[in-house]
Structure formats: structure tokens, C-alpha cells
Design a protein around this ligand. Structure first.
Ligand SMILES: [Zn+2]
Length: 283
């Protein structure tokens, strides 16, 4: 469905925890006629497992009452013309306050707006970028400072509803991984650079498969999605696909980290075995 602002509106409302922690601002969702979804969110009493910037660690957050504030206004259409199927929700906004169970001074706020029978998250503290940045910190060493900053920018832009811009940064990271493999591959004396340069990305990935993480080779279409996002998709569509592409890149980086750790461990064990064997032989 296209809203009056020309933005695509989603019809599946995220579960509360997903809405708080993984949904970017201003994304609109159609509220069902049944009030239970909206009431469930307003009266959320579950717990949320999230990174707490105050503790600088993961923690469990619980709802803090009373914190809901709202500004109910009369429905904006003539009541006589309203049918049960299209009964409008009252325009309003409300705030959910969550408190860290380790330290009650560590709080989170999420502000929601209900307008024209749609709901969107219009504000939050800490920012989505701050809540998710810790999860990408472990990739700093693998990516290097420059590309780590790009990943952090992608997360930050997406958190503010800038979907296409966030795709630009993710694509640069993807291209950097390909370029790294390319540099390794062209050490081979038989390497044909002219032939490689003329190939489309999908073919380049196939040719470099021996030098690339398996996850990247098996999910080479991520590059197609990123390119299509930059050239053809709307902000909202890029925002919808952002999380899965980011997770795909994280999976590729996880594989690289595991490989580096395995190599380091193998080297250490090989050296130690050689050292102990040498020592035993002398005895
Ligand atoms: Zn805390």
C-alpha cells in the first residue's frame, strides 16, 4: 500500500521487542481493526534483552510504569460514514519506558505515533545506531578502521530511515571483500587481469571463489540486491531489506574471523608440538 506521502506502508506490525530494537524510525505499519496489537504494544509487560550503553554490556530491560503519555484526539472522519471494516484508530502518541534490571538509572524510551490508522516509531533513546553499534565492534579488526566506520555509518543511516544511503556503504564493504580476494588471486602468474576486469560481478565472484568466504560465494546475489537497492528501490524497500543484508555481511565477516582464529590456533599448536618433540628428543 502507498501512503499519501508516497511511502510504502507495511501491513505486518513487528513484535514489540523487534519494534523497539530493530525497526527504523518513521516506518509505517497498518493497524489491524482488532485493537489487540496496539493495546499489546501500549501495555507491553515483557522483558527485552538488549545492549545497555550504561552497563556497556547486554542486560535485561523491563517495562517501567507509569510512563505512557498520549494525546488522544477525536477521529478525523465523519462517524456516520465509518464502517466496522474501516473503523479509524484515534490519532495519538505514547511512550514506552524500559529500565535496566541491573541499574534502574539506565533507561530506554520509545515514542510511537498512531495516525490515520497506522503506527510508526517516531523517536527513541538510546538511538538504534547506539544499540546496535556494539554488535559490529567485533568486526573492526577484520574490516580495518575505514571500512568499519562505513559499516557503522550504514547502521546509523538505516536507523534514521535513510535506506538507499545505507546500501551504498554496505555495497562498498562487499566490494572491498571482493577486491581483497582479487589482490590475492592476481599473485598467480597465470592470472588474466584483462579477462577478469570485463566480467560482471557474479562471474568475478565465481572466479574468486577459492579466495572468498563460502558464505559470500553462496550468497553472491547480495550484490545484486545492493545494486538494485541503490539504483531502483525506494528508501522504504531498502530499509526493509537492510537487516538481512547486514546480517549476510556479518556472517561473511564471522567466517573470516573464524578462519583467522583457526589458522592462528593451528600455527600455535604446530609450533608447540615441534618444540615439545624437539625437547623430548634431546632428553
Ligand atoms: Zn544497564
Amino acid at each position: 500500500m502507498i501512503s499519501s506521502q508516497g511511502q510504502k506502508t507495511d501491513s505486518i506490525i513487528p513484535a514489540p521487542e523487534e519494534f523497539f530494537l530493530n525497526t527504523n524510525l518513521y516506518r509505517e505499519f497498518i493497524l489491524p481493526d482488532d485493537d489487540s496489537t496496539l493495546e499489546g504494544l501500549k501495555n507491553f509487560r515483557g522483558t527485552v534483552d538488549a545492549f545497555c550503553p550504561g552497563c556497556e554490556d547486554r542486560s535485561v530491560f523491563k517495562r517501567h510504569f507509569p510512563s505512557g503519555v498520549g494525546t488522544p484526539r477525536p477521529p478525523n472522519i465523519n462517524a456516520r460514514t465509518a464502517t466496522r471494516e474501516h473503523a479509524p484508530k484515534t490519532d495519538s502518541h505514547f511512550i514506552i519506558e524500559l529500565v535496566c534490571t541491573r541499574n534502574e538509572n539506565h533507561k530506554m524510551w520509545f515514542c510511537f505515533m498512531v495516525r490515520n490508522s497506522k503506527i510508526s516509531k517516531i523517536g527513541q533513546f538510546p538511538s538504534l545506531a547506539d544499540l546496535t553499534r556494539h554488535s559490529i565492534e567485533k568486526y573492526r579488526k577484520t574490516l580495518g578502521d575505514e571500512h568499519y566506520t562505513e559499516l557503522a555509518r550504514a547502521v546509523g543511516l538505516n536507523a534514521h530511515g535513510i535506506g538507499i544511503g545505507s546500501f551504498v556503504y554496505l555495497r562498498r564493504i562487499f566490494e572491498r571483500l571482493i577486491e581483497q580476494a582479487h589482490r590475492e588471486a592476481c599473485q598467480d602468474a597465470k592470472w588474466d587481469e584483462l579477462d577478469f576486469a570485463q566480467k560482471p560481478m557474479s562471474e568475478k565472484i565465481k572466479q574468486l571463489s577459492a579466495f572468498l568466504p563460502k558464505t559470500l560465494v553462496e550468497n553472491a546475489n547480495m550484490y545484486l540486491i545492493l545494486s538494485k537497492g541503490i539504483h531502483e528501490l525506494s528508501e522504504n524497500e531498502c530499509g526493509k531489506h537492510f537487516e538481512i543484508i547486514k546480517e549476510g555481511i556479518e556472517l561473511i565477516l564471522d567466517e573470516m574471523i573464524e578462519k583467522a582464529e583457526r589458522e592462528k590456533k593451528t600455527k600455535r599448536i604446530t609450533n608447540e608440538v615441534a618444540r615439545i618433540t624437539g625437547k623430548l628428543r634431546k632428553e
